[in-house]
Design a protein around this ligand. Structure first.
Ligand code: PRT
Ligand code: MG
Length: 220
């Protein structure tokens, strides 16, 4: 392939990446929310966008099916992402990975007493590292979504999930009790493509990186 393929997920990543792409002269020809197409042409004949699940972006880029992509730090940490070049923190799709419990559950006391906690999460890897570093014993329960439900039905004592406004926790009578890490989305680039497509890739990476401060100021 002589052109560039960019992997993006629908929703907040796509929306928040748009102004950064525009700075690199890349404007998608269609909106993935309304079109059902998975391959989108752009204003640049040498750049196309593929629409994939957020958690699949590292796989597409690592294996060279896409030359570059945008993925959350959460997704990259869970995936591993060791073979991906990660040149730019885009500062978009910001949130925090947090431990949350039902309002009636005394997390600090349970930790102090050395209780074994049942923790439901999609972020098993990050959760395991966090609790191991704290010396807290946990049974991790892998879920693929709606973690907030788990404590409500007695499946878990706590959850590890992404929080942005906090409204989802509040609506389910949960409280954030600990921050594991701040999250934002990163630009990820295939390492072989960086060598073979250098002349095309580097100006795109540089233009995106240059647009980050303005996008951040707007989001703040
Ligand atoms: O939705 P799908 O299953 O296809 O995949 P996904 O959930 O991984 O994708 P998407 O598009 O929802 O999220 C893409 C990326 O956005 C994530 O990988 C994060 O890096 C980032 N991001 C930023 C978030 C949030 N903010 C966020 N609030 N991802 C998810 N959420 C969810 C959170 O899991 C919880 O259910 O929103 C809910 C909490 O939001 P508040 O505002 O109520 O606190
Ligand atoms: Mg989602």
């Amino acid at each position: 392939m002589s052109g560039l393929t960019l992997a993006l997920s629908k929703g907040r990543i796509f929306e928040e990446t748009l102004p950064l792409l525009a700075a690199a002269g890349i404007v998608p020809a269609e909106d993935p929310e309304t079109s059902r197409k998975l391959v989108l042409a752009t204003s640049r004949p040498d750049v196309r966008i593929v629409i994939v699940r957020a958690s699949d972006v590292p796989t597409y880029v690592e294996r060279g099916a896409a030359d570059l992509g945008v993925a959350g730090r959460d997704v990259l940490l869970e995936h591993g992402g060791a073979n991906l070049y990660q040149p730019v923190d885009l500062g978009i799709a910001r949130c925090r990975l947090m431990v949350a419990v039902p309002a009636r559950f005394d997390y600090r006391l349970a930790v102090q007493q050395g209780a074994r906690l049942r923790v439901a999460t999609k972020y098993v890897r990050c959760a395991r590292e966090h609790f191991a570093a704290k010396g807290v014993h946990v049974d991790l329960i892998k879920l693929y979504g709606s973690m907030e439900l788990a404590p409500l039905v007695g499946l878990a004592d706590a959850i590890v999930d992404l929080v942005s406004s906090g409204n989802t926790l509040k609506a389910n009578h949960l409280e954030a009790v600990e921050e594991i890490m701040p999250i934002s989305a990163r630009l990820v680039v295939n390492q072989a493509a960086l060598k073979l497509q250098r002349a095309r890739l580097v100006p795109v990476i540089d233009a995106i990186a240059a647009a980050v401060p303005a996008a951040r100021a707007k989001a703040a």
